[in-house]
Ligand binder design. Structure first.
Ligand code: ADP
Ligand code: ZN
Length: 206
């Protein structure tokens, strides 16, 4: 059976009330199409409704990523700043920023771990979304390290395009063997453990 994951807001309300004290790190991980960006955007919008100052970043890995917004596969968007490195991200943080959102966390360098720890220790709420596994199912650094230091973790799941079960993997359907190969449904599809074929020459869905 496909499980549906409803996010209840109780935890979020509790966390928001704590604001003003120490900050914390929330990490949202899962496969492609699992709703990470949707969930990140939902949390950012709620913070803005609560009149908190929000800054959002994403890694600038190529020209397609220089558009100044993050977007979900379902069409939700939020403005964001493209940055090359964790250092560049830190340099852009403004003094009165309360909430820092980061999408595509897997494309950052390892310095992002120290950076988000510092932001949280300085009293900010940090929300990072990213892929926890690459196209071969290997842990995708720095997400495992971010999971280790986070106070709160959310794992999102997609629907397997082959059988309808809960999907935990991003199946690459193109020939590339590069670890970073930017694409959406043209190059990837969501698969469950049974249907995932961890080879770059895996057959595409019919
Ligand atoms: P992620 O950031 O994890 O890649 P997004 O938030 O961008 O995910 O997109 C999630 C949306 O993708 C879903 O709400 C749905 O509209 C769409 N979608 C496309 N394919 C699938 C799939 N196989 N399973 C679940 N959602 C899918
Ligand atoms: Zn399946």
């Amino acid at each position: 059976m496909v499980e549906e994951f409803a996010f209840d807001n109780t935890e979020e309300r509790r966390k928001t009330r704590q604001n003003g004290g120490t900050g914390w790190i929330e990490v949202i991980v899962g496969s492609m199409f699992s709703g990470k960006s949707e969930e990140l955007i939902r949390r950012l919008r709620r913070a803005q409704i609560a009149r908190q100052k929000v800054q959002v970043f994403k890694p600038k890995i190529d020209d397609r990523y220089s558009i100044e917004q993050i977007a979900s596969h379902s069409g939700m968007t939020h403005i964001s700043k493209p940055v090359m490195t964790a250092k560049e991200l830190m340099a852009q943080i403004e003094d009165d920023t309360q909430v820092v959102g980061i999408d595509e966390g897997q494309f950052f360098d390892m310095e992002i771990v120290e950076a988000v720890n510092k932001l949280a220790s300085d009293g900010r709420r940090v929300i990072v979304a990213g892929l926890d596994q690459d196209y071969l199912g290997r842990p995708f650094e720095p997400m495992p390290q971010l999971l280790s230091v986070a106070e709160f973790i959310t794992k999102t799941h997609a629907i397997c395009v082959k059988c309808g079960n809960t999907a935990n993997y991003s199946q690459r359907t193109s020939d590339s063997t590069e670890r970073v190969e930017v694409g959406a449904s043209d190059k990837y599809e969501a698969r469950c453990r049974q249907c995932f074929v961890p080879h770059s020459d895996a057959p595409t869905a019919v």
